[in-house]
Write a protein of this length. Sequence first.
Length: 344
Amino acid sequence: MAVKVGVSGYGTIGKRLAEGVVAQKDMELVGVADVAPTLPVKSLKARGMPYKLYCADKNRLPDLEKAGIPVSGMLEDLLSQVDIILDSTPAGVGAKMKKFYVEYGVPAIFQGGEKGEVADVFFHGYANYEKGLGKKYLLLTSCNTTGLIRAVDCLDRAFGVEKVAITIIRRCADPGDLHRGYVDLAKVDPVPSHQATDLMEIMPHVKATGLLVHVPITHGHIINVVATPKRKITKEEALAEFHRHPRIHVVKISEGFASNTALFQFSRFTHRPCADMYEIAVYEETIGFSGDDITFAIYIPQEAVTIPETIDGIRASLQMQKDRLEAVSATNRHLGLEPKKPLY
């Protein structure tokens, strides 16, 4: 019997979570919830309402009705039908929504914008799947942290990693954002960045620090990683592990993947929902060494990178699979990430 899933908050991440759940053959998307006729919600109507929409605030119901958006009920109606809810409401709203999830006894998975106290465990599908087993409330890592941990965990499981230092070149806003952004500047945050401290919470055996720089772009982040392995490794060994990982693509600058926009443009032709990239990319020509330390750069597609790990969270929370590799392999298979499909 398929697990019944709901999505609370149908925006940049929520619409992608909905598509990700629909792709899972052992899950059923019951519906999505929102409060206003935003562009993503209006797109549901334009597409013939492929999912049922529920209103998350009775005071906002007239707004949806005035816009002619078909509404199937209130959030409470959705919660009464699901086994788990995926919260992708704006940062800080999820903590307020949790009271509804608790009232209806529904497990929930929150995205990285929420504070740690909202959940029982800070979760990453590959790095600490076992800690999420049977837990009622999981908190996902942010997009940057999710992709960073994928890469570091990949090397750590193969060779062991003692410490990492990272520099993040971070997009300042999502495409279409009108309320924030920088023009002609790069804004520097103090060290350590939260991605480094979050990595240590997920992987406490690895010491990490990091610098974050906001730049005026909207598609993707680039992270430079300097990692100290527990034994000397070669570029060929590292490449072999990156190539083997279903959620990592190795790309070559010399073959046209020289920028964030090149990867975004390429993903438009992959025929996935929203032209998304679930994988991170490792730029092959950036892999180098400083003594025994390995350095490399990765690309993080911020809009979709957390979708696989969120699906992993459903599997862990509801104990659909107790084995980590069985769980992530099921998620990968349904999302089309396995067997490995190279970009070129």
